[in-house]
Design a protein around this ligand. Structure first.
Ligand SMILES: [Zn+2]
Length: 206
């Protein structure tokens, strides 16, 4: 499968799994697509681990942590699925299409997880999303649809700098921004004990 404005450095079809894994260390047009989501995956896993297990406000088993776990699951799903897609999509044409369909499934998990976390951490504060966050949400889409910069300089970004890699990097910044926003809502609510039940009260309710 050929991408618009990308002329070289394609992997040949029907790679073995081992050839796919080796190719992520070679200069192909999928290499940086893989790494720009693989490194953020472990960055966010570390952030979520700290949030759950090193949280100074509530213990890891408090029910108020659960919405953040939903968001963590969605983020992990979409980044891990993207890594699998870019790393293994040359196994066969059929698997390539399956991986891209799974991307949409993971996108739904991510969106649903973020919606749940917003419902519990942001909506009670009645805070509206500020314009900066709307820009973050739009920028990745603009890069992915416009195919800039390779549309302007075809063949010059076959390995590094192509629009999909900017899309991935802006995805990372968007998720990081969302996480900061959710942590802000979480901390604000935890400091208002009248809004969320204590661990003991929550267990009694449960
Ligand atoms: Zn991608």
């Amino acid at each position: 499968m050929r991408e618009c404005f990308i002329f070289s450095r394609y992997r040949r079809p029907n790679y073995t799994v081992m050839e796919c894994l080796c190719s992520i260390f070679q200069p192909t047009n999928e290499t940086f697509n893989f790494w720009t989501h693989f490194i953020p995956l472990f960055f966010f896993l570390h952030m979520f681990y700290n949030f759950v297990f090193n949280n100074m406000e509530v213990s890891y088993d408090h029910p108020f942590i659960l919405p953040m776990l939903c968001f963590a699951f969605g983020v992990s799903m979409i980044l891990a699925e993207s890594c699998a897609t870019h790393g293994l999509n040359c196994l066969s044409l059929q698997l390539r299409q399956t991986f891209y369909y799974m991307d949409y499934v993971a996108l739904n998990f991510y969106g649903f997880g973020f919606a749940i976390a917003c419902y519990y951490y942001i909506f009670p504060l009645l805070t509206v999303m500020n314009p900066t966050r709307r820009i973050w949400l739009m920028l990745p889409i603009i890069f992915n649809v416009s195919r800039i910069p390779e549309r302007i300089w075809p063949g010059q970004f076959d390995v590094i700098g192509q629009s999909h890699q900017w899309f991935h990097l802006l995805n990372f910044l968007t998720i990081y921004d969302q996480l900061c926003y959710l942590e802000y809502g979480f901390t604000s609510l935890v400091k208002s004990p009248s809004i969320i039940p204590s661990c003991k009260e929550a267990n009694e309710i449960g």
